[in-house]
Design a protein around this ligand. Structure first.
Ligand code: KIV
Ligand code: NA
Length: 275
């Protein structure tokens, strides 16, 4: 079944949990789509897990379009959401609409995601008015890493929690079809989920969110630079890959790979005629 922003919203009414994982390339998107994940996020986490930056701030529109195109070619049924990179929407509603449009027209995404609450509601409204669905993202928003003084849980105190709840109401009012809650206490995520009509998508936000999202490398143990507290290892893909890479080295060095069956044949009398 093709997932859309409508099926994503309908699932909340039916109390059906929805799943989202990130992907950045065609073959991984194809696997995730075939597994039956409802939505694929081409996250700007791309900068960290694929491009090796320390944060997401260096990711460009060109990076996002390039990877979104690859993912959308691999995703048949999943709803593909593309992240708007740092400074592609903060600068003006005009920039926000133009850049959201590029992720749809050139990347072939079905929706875009941007970070922030009350401060980006004008942008959300403008993009939604252009018929582009918007997923909001509040709580620990990685593009604000310098303002936050690091990647840390948000909304623990009363004032901070109230601000995040207010932001949640504001992005819904601005027309967002869903909102990511990143690294907020589970009790606050539950309160927001009960308050909103649109689905909440949690990452480090507890089990009461309407949906969950993870960076795929974090949940199959492929990314060793840093493991967030909220990432569970569902499969040890990193270890399986390492085993494969080492076996390849060993067999090439020993001369056991390639074997006959991996080799192309020809009429070898031709070789004798060569000079
Ligand atoms: O970029 C990303 O992967 C994200 C998710 C962690 C929500 O924004
Ligand atoms: Na992101």
């Amino acid at each position: 079944m093709k997932n859309t922003v409508l099926t994503f919203g309908q699932a909340k009414k039916e109390h059906k949990k929805q799943t989202m994982l990130t992907a950045y390339d065609y073959s991984t998107a194809k696997l995730i789509d075939e597994a039956g994940v409802n939505s694929i996020l081409v996250g700007d986490s791309l900068g960290m897990v694929c491009l090796g930056y320390e944060d997401t701030l260096s990711v460009t529109m060109e990076d996002m379009i390039h990877h979104t195109r690859a993912v959308t070619r691999g995703a048949k049924n999943a709803l593909v959401v593309a992240d708007m990179p740092f400074m592609s929407y903060q600068t003006s509603t005009y920039d926000a609409v133009v850049n959201a449009g590029r992720l749809i027209k050139e990347g072939h995404a079905q929706a875009v995601k941007l970070e922030g609450g009350a401060t980006v509601c004008e942008q959300i409204r403008a993009i939604v008015n252009a018929s582009i669905p918007v997923c909001a993202h509040i709580g620990m928003t990685p593009q604000s890493v310098n303002a936050f003084g690091g990647f840390k849980v948000q909304g623990k105190g009363e004032e901070a929690a109230q601000k995040i709840l207010d932001d949640a109401r504001r992005v819904q009012e601005a027309g967002a079809y869903a909102v990511v809650l990143e690294c907020v206490p589970a009790a606050l995520a539950k309160k927001i989920t009960e308050t909103l009509d649109i689905p909440t998508i949690g990452i480090g936000a507890g089990a009461d969110c309407d949906a969950q999202v993870l960076v795929y490398q974090d949940m199959i143990a492929m990314f060793s630079d840093f493991t967030p507290k909220f990432a569970k290892t569902f499969a040890n893909a990193g270890a399986v890959m390492m085993e494969g890479f080492k076996a390849y080295i060993k067999e090439v060095e020993e001369g056991t790979f390639p074997a006959k069956e991996h080799t192309f044949k020809m009429d070898e009398t031709i070789i004798d005629k060569l000079y």
